[in-house]
Design a protein around this ligand. Structure first.
Ligand code: ADP
Ligand code: MG
Length: 404
Protein backbone atom coordinates (compact mmCIF):
# COMPACT_ATOMS: atom_id res chain seq x y z
CA UNK A 1 0.00 0.00 0.00
CA UNK A 2 1.62 3.26 -1.13
CA UNK A 3 1.58 6.24 1.21
CA UNK A 4 1.08 9.89 0.37
CA UNK A 5 4.83 10.36 0.80
CA UNK A 6 5.40 8.13 -2.24
CA UNK A 7 3.43 10.44 -4.55
CA UNK A 8 4.73 13.41 -6.52
CA UNK A 9 1.92 15.83 -5.88
CA UNK A 10 3.32 19.26 -6.71
CA UNK A 11 1.03 21.04 -9.13
CA UNK A 12 -1.15 17.99 -9.58
CA UNK A 13 -4.85 17.57 -8.98
CA UNK A 14 -5.31 15.04 -6.21
CA UNK A 15 -8.73 13.50 -5.64
CA UNK A 16 -8.78 12.98 -1.89
CA UNK A 17 -11.49 10.77 -0.40
CA UNK A 18 -11.93 12.05 3.14
CA UNK A 19 -14.33 11.01 5.87
CA UNK A 20 -16.20 14.16 6.79
CA UNK A 21 -19.33 12.29 7.87
CA UNK A 22 -19.90 14.22 11.08
CA UNK A 23 -22.92 13.79 13.34
CA UNK A 24 -25.59 16.44 12.95
CA UNK A 25 -27.96 17.57 15.69
CA UNK A 26 -30.64 14.89 16.33
CA UNK A 27 -33.46 17.39 16.49
CA UNK A 28 -32.80 18.48 12.92
CA UNK A 29 -31.14 21.89 13.21
CA UNK A 30 -28.34 20.63 10.96
CA UNK A 31 -25.73 21.79 13.45
CA UNK A 32 -22.45 19.81 13.51
CA UNK A 33 -22.40 18.26 16.98
CA UNK A 34 -18.88 16.85 16.79
CA UNK A 35 -16.21 17.81 14.27
CA UNK A 36 -13.79 15.03 15.25
CA UNK A 37 -13.77 13.49 11.79
CA UNK A 38 -13.06 16.84 10.16
CA UNK A 39 -10.15 17.35 12.55
CA UNK A 40 -8.87 13.83 11.89
CA UNK A 41 -8.89 14.62 8.16
CA UNK A 42 -6.81 17.79 8.47
CA UNK A 43 -3.27 16.33 8.57
CA UNK A 44 -3.43 14.75 5.12
CA UNK A 45 -5.25 17.70 3.59
CA UNK A 46 -2.58 20.05 4.96
CA UNK A 47 0.22 17.74 3.92
CA UNK A 48 -1.01 17.56 0.32
CA UNK A 49 -1.68 21.27 0.13
CA UNK A 50 1.66 22.18 1.72
CA UNK A 51 3.37 20.12 -0.96
CA UNK A 52 1.68 22.09 -3.68
CA UNK A 53 -1.10 19.70 -4.62
CA UNK A 54 -4.45 20.91 -5.89
CA UNK A 55 -6.69 19.08 -3.46
CA UNK A 56 -10.19 18.03 -4.49
CA UNK A 57 -12.03 16.43 -1.59
CA UNK A 58 -14.72 13.83 -2.13
CA UNK A 59 -16.81 12.95 0.93
CA UNK A 60 -20.24 11.80 2.01
CA UNK A 61 -22.59 13.00 4.70
CA UNK A 62 -25.52 11.11 6.19
CA UNK A 63 -27.90 9.03 4.12
CA UNK A 64 -29.58 11.21 1.50
CA UNK A 65 -32.87 9.85 0.19
CA UNK A 66 -34.32 9.97 -3.31
CA UNK A 67 -33.86 8.40 -6.72
CA UNK A 68 -31.90 11.16 -8.41
CA UNK A 69 -29.23 13.76 -7.74
CA UNK A 70 -31.89 16.49 -7.78
CA UNK A 71 -34.12 14.78 -5.23
CA UNK A 72 -31.26 14.01 -2.93
CA UNK A 73 -29.75 17.47 -3.23
CA UNK A 74 -33.13 18.96 -2.34
CA UNK A 75 -33.45 16.73 0.74
CA UNK A 76 -29.85 17.08 1.93
CA UNK A 77 -27.75 17.04 3.97
CA UNK A 78 -25.40 19.27 2.01
CA UNK A 79 -21.68 19.16 2.70
CA UNK A 80 -21.45 22.94 2.46
CA UNK A 81 -21.46 23.64 6.23
CA UNK A 82 -18.85 20.92 6.63
CA UNK A 83 -16.68 22.53 3.95
CA UNK A 84 -17.03 25.81 5.80
CA UNK A 85 -15.98 24.24 9.09
CA UNK A 86 -13.08 22.58 7.30
CA UNK A 87 -11.93 25.93 5.93
CA UNK A 88 -12.06 27.42 9.42
CA UNK A 89 -10.02 24.59 10.91
CA UNK A 90 -7.51 24.54 8.04
CA UNK A 91 -7.10 28.26 8.19
CA UNK A 92 -7.35 28.63 4.44
CA UNK A 93 -10.23 29.18 2.05
CA UNK A 94 -11.93 26.06 0.76
CA UNK A 95 -13.81 26.16 -2.52
CA UNK A 96 -17.13 24.34 -2.73
CA UNK A 97 -18.73 22.69 -5.76
CA UNK A 98 -22.51 22.48 -5.69
CA UNK A 99 -22.53 19.15 -7.49
CA UNK A 100 -20.40 16.02 -7.40
CA UNK A 101 -19.40 15.30 -10.96
CA UNK A 102 -21.18 17.98 -12.95
CA UNK A 103 -20.43 21.45 -14.24
CA UNK A 104 -19.75 23.02 -10.86
CA UNK A 105 -17.36 20.24 -9.86
CA UNK A 106 -15.56 20.48 -13.17
CA UNK A 107 -15.22 24.25 -12.99
CA UNK A 108 -14.04 24.08 -9.39
CA UNK A 109 -11.51 21.33 -10.03
CA UNK A 110 -9.94 22.92 -13.08
CA UNK A 111 -9.68 26.40 -11.63
CA UNK A 112 -7.63 25.32 -8.60
CA UNK A 113 -4.09 26.59 -8.23
CA UNK A 114 -1.25 24.86 -6.39
CA UNK A 115 -2.04 24.42 -2.65
CA UNK A 116 -5.73 25.16 -3.20
CA UNK A 117 -8.38 22.98 -1.54
CA UNK A 118 -11.91 22.30 -2.80
CA UNK A 119 -14.75 20.14 -1.53
CA UNK A 120 -17.29 18.54 -3.86
CA UNK A 121 -20.93 18.29 -2.75
CA UNK A 122 -22.06 15.17 -0.83
CA UNK A 123 -20.97 12.26 -3.02
CA UNK A 124 -24.05 10.29 -1.93
CA UNK A 125 -26.24 12.80 -3.74
CA UNK A 126 -25.22 10.70 -6.75
CA UNK A 127 -27.19 7.45 -6.52
CA UNK A 128 -24.48 5.77 -8.63
CA UNK A 129 -22.01 6.12 -5.74
CA UNK A 130 -23.59 3.15 -3.99
CA UNK A 131 -25.13 1.43 -7.00
CA UNK A 132 -24.33 -1.74 -8.95
CA UNK A 133 -20.97 -2.41 -10.59
CA UNK A 134 -21.67 -0.85 -14.00
CA UNK A 135 -23.24 2.35 -12.70
CA UNK A 136 -20.55 2.78 -10.09
CA UNK A 137 -17.80 2.29 -12.64
CA UNK A 138 -19.33 4.87 -14.98
CA UNK A 139 -19.66 7.36 -12.14
CA UNK A 140 -16.07 6.72 -11.07
CA UNK A 141 -14.99 7.54 -14.64
CA UNK A 142 -16.74 10.89 -14.36
CA UNK A 143 -14.96 11.64 -11.10
CA UNK A 144 -11.60 10.46 -12.40
CA UNK A 145 -11.61 13.21 -15.08
CA UNK A 146 -11.00 15.78 -12.37
CA UNK A 147 -7.88 14.24 -10.87
CA UNK A 148 -4.43 13.00 -11.74
CA UNK A 149 -3.91 11.12 -8.47
CA UNK A 150 -6.16 9.54 -5.86
CA UNK A 151 -5.64 9.35 -2.11
CA UNK A 152 -8.00 7.52 0.24
CA UNK A 153 -7.93 8.83 3.78
CA UNK A 154 -11.55 7.97 4.58
CA UNK A 155 -11.06 5.08 6.96
CA UNK A 156 -14.73 5.23 7.98
CA UNK A 157 -15.73 4.27 4.44
CA UNK A 158 -13.15 1.61 3.47
CA UNK A 159 -15.65 -1.17 4.15
CA UNK A 160 -17.94 0.19 1.46
CA UNK A 161 -17.87 -1.04 -2.12
CA UNK A 162 -18.71 2.44 -3.33
CA UNK A 163 -17.54 4.27 -6.44
CA UNK A 164 -15.41 6.86 -4.65
CA UNK A 165 -13.82 4.22 -2.43
CA UNK A 166 -13.57 1.11 -4.56
CA UNK A 167 -13.83 1.96 -8.26
CA UNK A 168 -12.02 5.28 -8.40
CA UNK A 169 -8.61 4.06 -7.15
CA UNK A 170 -8.52 1.57 -10.03
CA UNK A 171 -8.53 4.48 -12.47
CA UNK A 172 -5.73 6.66 -11.06
CA UNK A 173 -2.33 6.22 -9.42
CA UNK A 174 -3.27 6.01 -5.76
CA UNK A 175 -2.09 5.93 -2.17
CA UNK A 176 -3.49 5.44 1.31
CA UNK A 177 -3.69 8.50 3.52
CA UNK A 178 -1.93 8.61 6.89
CA UNK A 179 -5.19 8.21 8.80
CA UNK A 180 -6.08 5.02 6.97
CA UNK A 181 -2.58 3.65 7.58
CA UNK A 182 -2.70 4.47 11.28
CA UNK A 183 -6.13 2.94 11.76
CA UNK A 184 -5.14 -0.27 10.01
CA UNK A 185 -1.99 -0.53 12.14
CA UNK A 186 -4.02 -0.36 15.37
CA UNK A 187 -6.59 -2.88 14.19
CA UNK A 188 -3.81 -5.23 13.17
CA UNK A 189 -2.53 -4.99 16.73
CA UNK A 190 -5.99 -5.90 18.09
CA UNK A 191 -6.28 -8.99 15.93
CA UNK A 192 -2.71 -10.23 16.29
CA UNK A 193 -2.46 -12.06 19.59
CA UNK A 194 -4.24 -9.50 21.82
CA UNK A 195 -3.42 -9.45 25.53
CA UNK A 196 -6.18 -11.16 27.53
CA UNK A 197 -8.80 -10.82 28.77
CA UNK A 198 -10.00 -9.12 25.59
CA UNK A 199 -13.29 -7.40 26.39
CA UNK A 200 -15.56 -6.01 23.69
CA UNK A 201 -18.33 -3.53 24.46
CA UNK A 202 -21.03 -3.21 21.83
CA UNK A 203 -23.87 -0.74 21.83
CA UNK A 204 -25.46 1.53 19.27
CA UNK A 205 -28.82 1.41 17.75
CA UNK A 206 -29.54 -1.68 15.70
CA UNK A 207 -28.37 -5.26 16.14
CA UNK A 208 -28.75 -5.94 12.41
CA UNK A 209 -25.80 -3.56 11.86
CA UNK A 210 -23.56 -5.53 14.14
CA UNK A 211 -24.78 -9.10 14.54
CA UNK A 212 -22.45 -10.53 11.94
CA UNK A 213 -19.58 -8.91 13.76
CA UNK A 214 -20.56 -10.34 17.10
CA UNK A 215 -20.65 -13.79 15.55
CA UNK A 216 -17.06 -13.39 14.46
CA UNK A 217 -15.88 -11.60 17.58
CA UNK A 218 -16.78 -14.77 19.45
CA UNK A 219 -13.56 -16.19 18.05
CA UNK A 220 -11.50 -13.24 19.24
CA UNK A 221 -12.92 -11.84 22.48
CA UNK A 222 -13.18 -13.39 25.93
CA UNK A 223 -16.15 -11.32 27.04
CA UNK A 224 -18.72 -9.24 25.16
CA UNK A 225 -20.82 -6.62 26.92
CA UNK A 226 -23.94 -5.68 25.00
CA UNK A 227 -25.90 -2.53 25.70
CA UNK A 228 -27.59 0.39 24.00
CA UNK A 229 -30.35 -0.01 21.47
CA UNK A 230 -29.10 -3.39 20.32
CA UNK A 231 -29.38 -4.72 23.87
CA UNK A 232 -33.17 -4.78 23.71
CA UNK A 233 -33.26 -7.42 21.00
CA UNK A 234 -30.98 -9.57 23.17
CA UNK A 235 -33.25 -9.00 26.17
CA UNK A 236 -36.34 -9.76 24.09
CA UNK A 237 -34.67 -12.95 22.85
CA UNK A 238 -34.46 -14.02 26.48
CA UNK A 239 -38.15 -13.41 26.90
CA UNK A 240 -38.06 -10.03 28.63
CA UNK A 241 -40.58 -7.26 27.99
CA UNK A 242 -38.89 -4.27 26.32
CA UNK A 243 -41.90 -1.99 25.85
CA UNK A 244 -41.43 0.55 23.06
CA UNK A 245 -37.65 0.22 23.01
CA UNK A 246 -35.86 -0.11 19.68
CA UNK A 247 -36.40 -3.76 18.89
CA UNK A 248 -35.62 -5.69 15.74
CA UNK A 249 -37.91 -8.64 16.25
CA UNK A 250 -36.79 -10.29 13.00
CA UNK A 251 -33.26 -10.47 14.43
CA UNK A 252 -34.30 -12.54 17.44
CA UNK A 253 -33.41 -15.91 15.85
CA UNK A 254 -29.97 -14.57 14.87
CA UNK A 255 -29.48 -13.21 18.37
CA UNK A 256 -30.41 -16.57 19.85
CA UNK A 257 -27.88 -18.26 17.58
CA UNK A 258 -25.18 -15.85 18.76
CA UNK A 259 -26.03 -16.56 22.38
CA UNK A 260 -25.82 -20.33 21.76
CA UNK A 261 -22.51 -19.98 19.98
CA UNK A 262 -21.10 -17.84 22.79
CA UNK A 263 -22.03 -20.51 25.30
CA UNK A 264 -20.46 -23.21 23.15
CA UNK A 265 -17.21 -21.28 22.82
CA UNK A 266 -17.08 -20.20 26.44
CA UNK A 267 -17.32 -16.50 25.62
CA UNK A 268 -19.07 -14.56 28.34
CA UNK A 269 -21.98 -12.43 27.05
CA UNK A 270 -23.02 -9.73 29.49
CA UNK A 271 -26.42 -8.04 29.14
CA UNK A 272 -27.95 -5.10 31.01
CA UNK A 273 -29.63 -5.86 34.31
CA UNK A 274 -31.44 -2.55 34.65
CA UNK A 275 -32.41 0.26 32.30
CA UNK A 276 -33.53 3.85 32.21
CA UNK A 277 -37.07 3.77 30.82
CA UNK A 278 -38.54 6.96 29.37
CA UNK A 279 -42.07 7.84 28.35
CA UNK A 280 -40.89 8.81 24.84
CA UNK A 281 -37.81 9.71 22.78
CA UNK A 282 -37.09 13.28 23.85
CA UNK A 283 -34.36 15.01 25.84
CA UNK A 284 -36.78 16.00 28.61
CA UNK A 285 -38.91 12.84 28.70
CA UNK A 286 -40.05 11.61 32.10
CA UNK A 287 -37.98 8.57 33.06
CA UNK A 288 -37.13 6.10 35.80
CA UNK A 289 -34.81 3.15 36.45
CA UNK A 290 -36.33 -0.30 36.08
CA UNK A 291 -34.89 -3.82 36.33
CA UNK A 292 -34.93 -5.72 33.02
CA UNK A 293 -37.32 -8.17 34.69
CA UNK A 294 -40.01 -5.49 35.07
CA UNK A 295 -39.85 -3.24 32.02
CA UNK A 296 -43.08 -1.21 31.61
CA UNK A 297 -44.86 -2.00 28.34
CA UNK A 298 -45.58 1.69 27.64
CA UNK A 299 -42.00 2.95 28.04
CA UNK A 300 -38.84 2.94 25.98
CA UNK A 301 -35.31 2.20 27.10
CA UNK A 302 -32.91 5.07 26.63
CA UNK A 303 -29.91 4.27 28.82
CA UNK A 304 -28.21 1.66 30.98
CA UNK A 305 -29.25 1.73 34.63
CA UNK A 306 -26.86 2.17 37.58
CA UNK A 307 -26.54 -1.55 38.32
CA UNK A 308 -25.69 -2.20 34.67
CA UNK A 309 -23.08 0.56 34.74
CA UNK A 310 -21.45 -1.03 37.79
CA UNK A 311 -21.63 -4.50 36.23
CA UNK A 312 -20.03 -3.33 32.98
CA UNK A 313 -17.30 -1.48 34.91
CA UNK A 314 -16.57 -4.64 36.89
CA UNK A 315 -16.38 -6.70 33.69
CA UNK A 316 -13.91 -4.21 32.25
CA UNK A 317 -11.72 -3.87 35.33
CA UNK A 318 -9.37 -6.79 34.59
CA UNK A 319 -9.28 -6.28 30.80
CA UNK A 320 -5.94 -6.12 29.03
CA UNK A 321 -7.44 -5.31 25.63
CA UNK A 322 -10.70 -3.45 24.98
CA UNK A 323 -12.62 -2.62 21.86
CA UNK A 324 -15.69 -0.45 22.28
CA UNK A 325 -18.21 0.31 19.57
CA UNK A 326 -21.57 1.96 20.11
CA UNK A 327 -22.96 4.15 22.91
CA UNK A 328 -25.03 2.27 25.53
CA UNK A 329 -27.68 4.98 25.67
CA UNK A 330 -28.99 8.02 23.86
CA UNK A 331 -25.93 10.00 24.95
CA UNK A 332 -26.92 12.94 22.72
CA UNK A 333 -29.52 13.79 25.38
CA UNK A 334 -27.61 14.75 28.56
CA UNK A 335 -30.20 13.10 30.82
CA UNK A 336 -29.49 9.75 29.13
CA UNK A 337 -25.72 9.97 28.77
CA UNK A 338 -24.85 8.47 32.17
CA UNK A 339 -24.46 4.89 30.97
CA UNK A 340 -22.21 5.82 28.07
CA UNK A 341 -20.16 8.05 30.37
CA UNK A 342 -19.77 5.21 32.89
CA UNK A 343 -18.64 2.77 30.19
CA UNK A 344 -16.20 5.30 28.74
CA UNK A 345 -14.77 6.04 32.17
CA UNK A 346 -14.37 2.34 32.98
CA UNK A 347 -12.53 1.85 29.68
CA UNK A 348 -10.29 4.83 30.34
CA UNK A 349 -9.16 3.17 33.59
CA UNK A 350 -8.12 -0.06 31.83
CA UNK A 351 -4.45 -0.87 31.90
CA UNK A 352 -3.94 -2.14 28.37
CA UNK A 353 -4.73 -1.38 24.73
CA UNK A 354 -8.09 0.38 24.49
CA UNK A 355 -9.63 1.12 21.14
CA UNK A 356 -12.82 3.07 20.58
CA UNK A 357 -14.34 2.46 17.16
CA UNK A 358 -17.38 4.24 15.86
CA UNK A 359 -18.43 7.64 14.76
CA UNK A 360 -20.94 8.06 17.55
CA UNK A 361 -18.83 6.39 20.22
CA UNK A 362 -15.91 8.66 19.43
CA UNK A 363 -18.25 11.64 19.33
CA UNK A 364 -19.63 10.60 22.73
CA UNK A 365 -16.18 10.76 24.32
CA UNK A 366 -15.73 14.30 23.09
CA UNK A 367 -19.25 15.62 23.67
CA UNK A 368 -19.22 14.22 27.22
CA UNK A 369 -16.00 16.13 27.81
CA UNK A 370 -13.91 13.03 28.56
CA UNK A 371 -10.15 13.02 28.13
CA UNK A 372 -9.39 11.61 24.69
CA UNK A 373 -5.83 10.96 25.85
CA UNK A 374 -7.09 8.33 28.30
CA UNK A 375 -7.89 6.01 25.39
CA UNK A 376 -5.30 4.10 23.40
CA UNK A 377 -6.84 4.86 20.05
CA UNK A 378 -10.02 6.56 18.99
CA UNK A 379 -10.95 5.31 15.56
CA UNK A 380 -12.87 7.37 13.05
CA UNK A 381 -14.57 4.30 11.63
CA UNK A 382 -17.23 2.19 13.33
CA UNK A 383 -18.44 -0.12 10.60
CA UNK A 384 -14.99 -0.27 9.05
CA UNK A 385 -13.22 -1.26 12.25
CA UNK A 386 -15.93 -3.81 13.06
CA UNK A 387 -15.63 -5.41 9.64
CA UNK A 388 -11.86 -5.47 9.95
CA UNK A 389 -12.19 -7.25 13.30
CA UNK A 390 -14.64 -9.62 11.69
CA UNK A 391 -11.82 -10.68 9.39
CA UNK A 392 -13.57 -9.42 6.27
CA UNK A 393 -11.66 -7.99 3.34
CA UNK A 394 -12.48 -4.32 3.09
CA UNK A 395 -13.08 -3.22 -0.53
CA UNK A 396 -11.44 0.18 -0.01
CA UNK A 397 -8.27 -1.39 1.36
CA UNK A 398 -8.17 -4.04 -1.33
CA UNK A 399 -8.37 -1.31 -3.95
CA UNK A 400 -5.42 0.51 -2.36
CA UNK A 401 -3.34 -2.63 -2.07
CA UNK A 402 -3.36 -3.02 -5.83
CA UNK A 403 -0.33 -0.88 -6.62
CA UNK A 404 -0.09 -1.78 -10.29
P1 ADP B 1 -21.29 4.03 16.25
O1 ADP B 1 -21.43 5.22 15.34
O2 ADP B 1 -20.35 4.32 17.40
O3 ADP B 1 -20.94 2.78 15.50
P2 ADP B 1 -24.10 3.49 16.18
O4 ADP B 1 -24.23 4.37 15.00
O5 ADP B 1 -24.30 2.03 16.01
O6 ADP B 1 -22.70 3.75 16.93
O7 ADP B 1 -25.18 3.93 17.26
C1 ADP B 1 -25.17 5.20 17.84
C2 ADP B 1 -26.56 5.63 18.18
O8 ADP B 1 -27.20 4.69 18.99
C3 ADP B 1 -26.55 6.93 18.94
O9 ADP B 1 -27.15 7.92 18.15
C4 ADP B 1 -27.39 6.62 20.18
O10 ADP B 1 -28.31 7.64 20.51
C5 ADP B 1 -28.13 5.39 19.77
N1 ADP B 1 -28.57 4.62 20.92
C6 ADP B 1 -27.83 4.09 21.91
N2 ADP B 1 -28.64 3.53 22.84
C7 ADP B 1 -29.91 3.71 22.43
C8 ADP B 1 -31.20 3.38 22.94
N3 ADP B 1 -31.31 2.76 24.10
N4 ADP B 1 -32.28 3.75 22.23
C9 ADP B 1 -32.14 4.41 21.07
N5 ADP B 1 -30.97 4.74 20.54
C10 ADP B 1 -29.87 4.41 21.20
MG1 MG C 1 -23.08 5.76 14.00
Amino acid sequence: MRSVDDLEVLGRRVLLRSDLNVPLDLTGTGEITDDGRIRASLPVISKLSDRGARVIIIAHLGRPKGGSFAERAAGGPSLRPVAERLGGLLGRPVAFATDVAGESASKTAFSLGDEDVAVLENVRFEPAETSNDAERAAFAQRLARFGELYVDDAFGAVHRKHASVYDLPALLPHAAGDLVREEVAVLRQLTTDPARPFVVVLGGKKPSDKLAVIGNLLGLADRILIGGGMGYTFLAAQGYEVGNSVLEADQIPAVKAVMEEAKRRGVELVLPVDLVAATHFAPDAEHSVVPVTAFPADREGVDAGPRTRALFAEKLADAKTVFWNGPVGVFEFPAFSGGTRAVAEAISRVDGLTVVGGGDSAAAIRTLGLDEGAFGHISTGGGASLEYLEGKTLPGLTALEDDS
